[in-house]
Design a protein. Structure first.
Length: 70
């Protein structure tokens, strides 16, 4: 399921990152790697603030759709 569909406050594990190579590399440099725990802090107009690897990161809905979680 894509990260954009998870509920706020529920921890999830990243399963894989989709998209083109450049996009995947950019997302992985932000800390979104397979096996990492990610929690959605808030959602405003499709933009998300998430906790990943002890950091808060803001991402858009299109980027969140490329991050698959279990």
């Amino acid at each position: 399921m894509p990260l954009s569909m998870v509920k706020q406050g529920v921890p999830n594990r990243i399963h894989r990152i989709g998209g083109k190579e450049d996009t995947r590399r950019f997302i992985e440099n932000l800390g979104f790697v397979a096996g990492a725990e990610v929690t959605v802090v808030s959602v405003i107009d499709g933009n998300m603030i998430v906790n990943v690897k002890d950091s808060r990161v803001a991402i858009g809905r299109d980027m969140a759709n490329k991050i698959m979680v279990v």
